[in-house]
Ligand binder design. Structure first.
Ligand code: SF4
Length: 418
């Protein structure tokens, strides 16, 4: 009997398949029959494969067999990789693929002309908020796959961008989804901390996947702040807003306190939908005060709900930004909690030279399709060491096509085939 385990992972038995759980957030299923057949073909012996206590078990004793199984699993991992939370197929992006990490908004880096760089290691979310602007989560109707970027590769690109942008940067981990789904989140924070141009490391999160252990690791790695998305202090309403029946509000509130106790600042970022949770604003302020949120940065960042073209739309009314700011100023007056109207200065943010654009709107470029996009009819192409999201296309990976650039805002390139 042999017991096999691979680094950072464990096995589960699922009737006809063996499931490898890798770094808690990803998995890959392997047919037992296929593995057994591979052993039979090579070693001419009949074996049975199962899993127990996290180990893969083969009822034979032979180091060569162990090597074969390990090789088969590792070499096919990329092909079978899925997200444990969205169940979608995951494309693992590593250095050898030559995928630029600038140009696309679902993964990589985004420079919006300030000293803050958005760092996006993965896509996908563990909840399905009813107002999500990117239609994320397990119940998404439009997203067909997820990406995970290898951490060393992401840090390498970050370093190049950081060298251009200069000292005093804030690295902000966010994305189309929940950053804690990134399998290398601690390593990413650690790597950013070692970058001489980075001052602040902050992260967006819904907090569900936080634990005391993870908070300790993130604090040690050097995380400075979490912008925590909590939308209601009423457990039932919170479940409704997050589109998740087993959402545990209490756990998230406990984790908010644990973050602060570990020296990581918290900014609560509720999305306010008028008529649904605006009446909870004072309770949020009260709670933030009680646990000591907002030590170095504002404690609250109320956000106005606005419907997005590709997002989900609950049928609710929404306020103009002018009215929303009036509402915030009234809250400041009433509660004495300041600032609630947030400005870039509150975060030490200032304008910085943009990484120069590689394309201009209207330009036609020859681009090579290298990856499928996140939604039907979308592909990712590369030209001049930048990614371009090509929309309305049926082109296949490997094809070279002519693309007309239709959008370049903040170095995010969108193109259409011509
Ligand atoms: S709003 Fe954020 S937390 Fe909610 S589903 Fe979308 S990505 Fe996830």
């Amino acid at each position: 009997m042999m017991r096999i385990k691979l680094p950072n992972s464990y096995f589960e038995d699922h009737e006809s398949t063996i499931r490898l759980i890798w770094r808690e957030t990803l998995y890959a299923d392997f047919e037992k029959k296929l593995l057994e057949r591979a052993i039979k073909r090579k070693f001419r012996i009949k074996t049975t494969i199962s899993a127990e206590d996290g180990y893969l078990i083969v009822d034979a004793e032979n180091e060569e067999i162990e090597r074969l199984i390990t090789f088969l699993i590792q070499s096919h991992l990329g092909e079978f990789l899925r997200s444990r939370y969205t169940k979608r197929k995951v494309l693992y992006i590593h250095e050898g693929m030559n995928v630029p990490l600038l140009g696309y908004n679902a993964f990589g880096l985004i420079d919006r002309g300030t000293n803050l760089i958005q760092v996006r290691g993965s896509t996908g979310c563990n909840v399905s908020c009813i107002f999500c602007s990117v239609d994320e989560g397990p119940y998404s109707r439009t997203r067909i796959l997820d990406y995970v970027v290898d951490v060393d590769y992401l840090l390498k690109w970050f370093d190049e961008v950081a060298q251009f942008k200069g000292k005093g940067l804030e690295a902000h981990l966010d994305g189309q989804g929940e950053p804690l789904l990134y399998p290398f989140i601690v390593e990413l924070v650690q790597g950013l901390r070692e970058n001489p141009n980075v001052n602040i490391i902050s992260m967006q999160s819904n907090g569900i996947l936080l634990s005391d252990k993870l908070i300790e690791e993130l604090a040690e790695a050097g995380l400075d702040r979490v912008n925590l998305s909590i939308h209601s202090l009423d457990p039932e309403k919170a479940k409704m807003l997050m589109g998740m029946k087993n959402y545990d509000l209490n756990h998230v509130l406990e984790m908010a306190e644990a973050l602060i106790n570990a020296g990581i600042d918290v900014l609560f970022a509720p999305v306010i939908i008028f008529g649904i949770n605006d009446m909870e604003a004072e309770a949020f302020i009260e709670f933030a005060r009680r646990i000591g949120a907002g030590k170095r940065w504002p404690a609250l960042g109320f956000q106005n709900y606005v419907p997005y073209k590709f997002g989900r739309h609950p049928s609710v009314r929404f306020l103009s930004f002018k009215k929303f700011y009036t509402w915030l100023r009234e809250l400041e007056e009433k509660t004495g909690m300041r600032p609630l109207v947030l400005k870039p200065e509150h975060f030490g943010m200032h304008k910085r030279r943009f990484i120069p654009l590689e394309f201009h709107v209207g330009e036609v470029v020859k681009a090579k399709i290298i990856l499928p996009g996140r939604i039907e009819g979308e592909m990712l192409a590369v030209a001049r060491n930048r990614l371009i999201e090509v929309i309305n296309t049926h082109a296949k990976v490997g094809e070279e096509i002519k693309v007309k650039i239709v959008r370049t805002r903040h170095g995010i390139y969108v193109g259409m085939p011509i």
